[in-house]
Write a new protein. Structure first.
Length: 761
């Protein structure tokens, strides 16, 4: 609705001119402050939308199947030397310009792909064989998978085992193999160096990271092996000759070793000298005898220490055997604890005290247990020493027996050396011929021929996927959701239909404003009324706001201060009754003789707010059923006089427009310095419009943020059309914290820290 200043003849038609110097700079700063204000007022909404959008993007990105890439670097070296000096039949690669691209095409060839698929056993892999694939989870399950994994202890996935596919016809198997080969070649790519280096990079992409690495390595391996197998055939005649000779020498070597083995079996002589079993066993027994004697000396020493300890000539700490006994260590800990307690008790108790005597008895009991355990240790040491002496006697007997057998063995070693020499000569001749045979075989079937390509760097299992780029998705989702939140905040601001400040209300209504009333519900105590703050906390922001409104009302007509004031609004629930009561209470508290009259006979609220009954009231007086003296009551706390609405009459409009009502106002204005009328909403009923001409000033209440601008302006227009003398507008139920976020001139007047120091809440 357009500005309605034309309905108020008291306001000037034109505004004073303002200097426009520096307007552009101020407008830019003002716009920046407005943008900042929008973000500050709706930061929670923006944060929630950003978090929700980013979270949804995270779940969506987590549900996507990750793709991994593994790479193997292959070095191709043409004209390399072979291991042997035999000239190979097939020539090597020539360093042509297109050689690298040709080799890359060979790696991607279908024949090598078929070999790699067969060796990787992809026909039994769920990724390539649909018959073995597990049921795919639904989109909802994939989205909730990251959350489910956080709250469930799911076992790690088991290693994939080779599974044989179901029997198929040859045609079906051929089609399946063809599809698997196509899928394998689709994930395989080969790139060559752009700098001229003879290095080809074999890449393989797959949802399975291990398969990606295995497939890349297998592609390089199959290529290198195929390069070796294509080198040609070597000379067959040389192989046949060497093969026959190797078989002949092999037979002679086997006969010589059979004779040697038989002699050793008959004589039991497997090795000679110190390496023979008898010699080794003899050395072992001698070593054991030395260990037994050392153990005996240690046991004798420990036993002597323990016996000295039992006689009171030694310390427990000096013997490691006693100190390592766990039970003795526990008893010594108990002994130390008891001794500490005795020492502490001696400082407080006499020696004859029962508690101290009990501690000494407990100490003697523990010391007795320690002595008993030490005797057990001594007995164990004696038993171990006896066992070691028996072991010494047994070892001495075995050593004497083996020394006799060793003498007999020396006579058989001479024959053994002869047989060993014959077998060694046969083996050397066989191995020499076999080496020559292998050399020719290398040239023939390329078993050990160095290829002209080798793996420079094998593929490893990828540490992370190449797609999807979750960080990029999250970042984009963050930006988009943030933009959506800001856009929604701007839309909300544009759709805001309420008044946010007295400055805004004054600009749009074209009428003066008296002030604003803070919202008090969350600040007042239990069983307290909002207007009680004027009396209980006269220095609070609420009380100061009411006094400001009252002062503005009195200054609206300095020569003739208003004695009758009407308070109304456009719609119900805007706080007109609270404002009227607060103003009346403030006037009464200041010493003015004040009365408030509830003129809303349809929905009376004054008696409820004052905590009294609505037995007799204004309607009873206007209908002639009650005298004026019977209607006026006094609030004991504030000294405020009040008249309730009374019972609902048939026609409240006729009663309020009657001469009896006018006479009542004249009587009250003569008896009281301030007469406050609480009336119904303007747009709901026309009752208040009948009274606006009969009062000195009219206060129009507009609820902050809630009341729509067009509704409030329509109500104000009706008031002006009725001929009211508007004393000013009041913005009620203002949320000071939210109000401070706006950039109007009055924003934060009751909230900024600098102002708050003037109030006592």
């Amino acid at each position: 609705m357009s500005n309605i200043a034309r309905f108020n003849p008291q306001l000037p038609d034109a505004q004073p001119e303002i200097n426009n110097a520096g307007t552009g700079e101020r407008e830019g700063l003002l716009r920046l402050r407005q943008v900042y204000g929008v973000l500050r007022r709706h930061y929670i909404l923006i944060a929630v939308i950003t978090i929700i959008g980013t979270t949804l993007a995270y779940f969506w990105a987590a549900s996507l199947t990750p793709i991994y890439r593994a790479s193997t670097q292959v070095l191709i070296e043409p004209n390399r030397d072979t291991v042997t000096k035999i000239t190979p039949v097939a020539p090597g690669l020539t360093p042509e310009f297109t050689m690298m691209e040709t080799q890359a095409a060979i790696i991607r060839s279908r024949d090598l792909g078929i070999q790699a698929v067969r060796r990787l056993d992809l026909i039994n892999h769920p990724l390539y064989n649909p018959a073995l694939a597990r049921p795919q989870p639904s989109t909802w399950e994939r989205l909730l998978a990251p959350v489910t994994a956080l709250f469930t202890d799911a076992p790690p996935p088991e290693e994939r085992q080779s599974v044989s596919i179901a029997p198929q016809t040859p045609e079906e198997r051929a089609r399946l193999t063809e599809g698997i080969v196509n899928g394998y070649l689709g994930g395989l790519s080969v790139t060559t160096s752009q700098t001229g280096a003879r290095v080809a990079t074999v890449n393989f992409t797959s949802p399975d990271p291990r398969l990606a690495a295995d497939a890349a390595n297998m592609a390089a391996k199959v290529y290198i092996e195929s390069q070796i197998s294509n080198r040609g055939q070597s000379t067959q005649s040389a192989l046949r000759f060497l093969s026959e000779k190797v078989e002949e020498l092999r037979s002679k070597m086997i006969d010589a070793e059979r004779v040697l083995t038989q002699f050793r079996s008959e004589t039991g002589l497997l090795q000679m000298g110190d390496a023979s079993p008898v010699s080794q066993q003899l050395n072992s027994y001698r070593t054991q005898l030395n260990d037994v004697r050392a153990t005996m000396r240690n046991l004798e020493s420990n036993g002597a220490q323990v016996r000295d300890m039992l006689r009171g000539q030694g310390s427990i700490e000096a013997n490691s055997t006693v100190m390592t006994n766990p039970f003795i260590a526990q008893l010594r800990s108990q002994q130390a604890d008891i001794e500490r307690k005795i020492a502490e008790a001696r400082t407080q108790l006499r020696d004859s005290h029962p508690q101290l005597i009990a501690m000494r008895n407990e100490l003697r009991e523990v010391q007795g247990k320690i002595g008993s355990e030490i005797r057990k240790v001594s007995a164990n040491l004696g038993n171990e020493l006896a066992v070691m002496k028996q072991r010494e006697e047994i070892l001495n007997g075995e050593i004497k027996r083996l020394e006799g057998e060793l003498g007999k063995q020396l006579n058989s070693e001479v024959r053994l050396r002869e047989l060993q020499l014959a077998a060694q000569t046969s083996r050397q001749l066989y191995e020499t011929t076999l080496a020559r045979f292998n050399e020719v075989s290398i040239t023939d079937d390329n078993t050990f021929q160095k290829p002209e390509a080798r793996v420079l760097q094998p593929a490893a299992t990828p540490g992370g996927p190449i797609a999807p780029q979750r960080s990029a998705i999250m970042f984009m989702a963050l930006l988009i959701s943030l933009a959506v939140g800001v856009a929604l905040a701007v839309i909300i601001e544009l759709l805001d239909a309420g008044f946010r400040s007295v400055h805004q209300l004054e600009q749009m209504a074209g009428a003066p404003t008296l002030g604003m009333v803070p919202f008090q519900t969350n600040k007042i105590g239990r069983n307290k009324r909002p207007w009680d703050t004027v009396l209980d906390k006269p220095n609070s922001s609420f009380a100061e706001a009411i006094r400001t409104i009252r002062t503005g009302l009195l200054l609206s007509s300095v020569d003739h201060p208003p004695r009758t004031v009407l308070v109304t609004s456009s719609v119900p629930g805007e706080g007109k009754t609270t404002t009227a009561l607060a103003l009346a209470s403030a006037a009464a508290a200041s010493g003015q003789r004040t009365i408030i009259v509830d003129c809303d006979m349809r929905q009376p609220a004054l008696h409820t707010n004052l905590g009294t009954k609505n037995e007799l009231g204004l309607s009873d007086y206007l209908t002639g059923n009650a005298a004026l003296e019977d209607l006026i009551h006094i609030d004991d706390r504030s000294g405020l006089h009040y008249i309730c609405a009374g019972r609902l009459p048939p026609s409240p409009t006729d009663l309020l427009s009657s001469n009896r009502m006018k006479q009542l106002l004249q009587q009250l204005s003569a008896a009281f310095q301030m007469v406050m009328l609480d009336t119904p909403p303007i747009l709901a009923v026309s009752d208040a419009l009948l009274l606006v001409r009969t009062v000195d000033k009219t206060i129009f209440v507009v609820r902050w943020e809630r009341t729509r601008r067009d509704i409030a302006l329509n109500g104000l227009k009706s008031v002006y059309d009725a001929g009211a003398r508007v004393g000013g507008l009041v913005l009620s139920q203002v949320n000071l914290r939210k109000h401070a976020r706006y950039d109007y001139t009055d924003s934060g007047v009751y909230y900024y820290r600098g102002y708050k120091r003037y109030y006592v809440e």
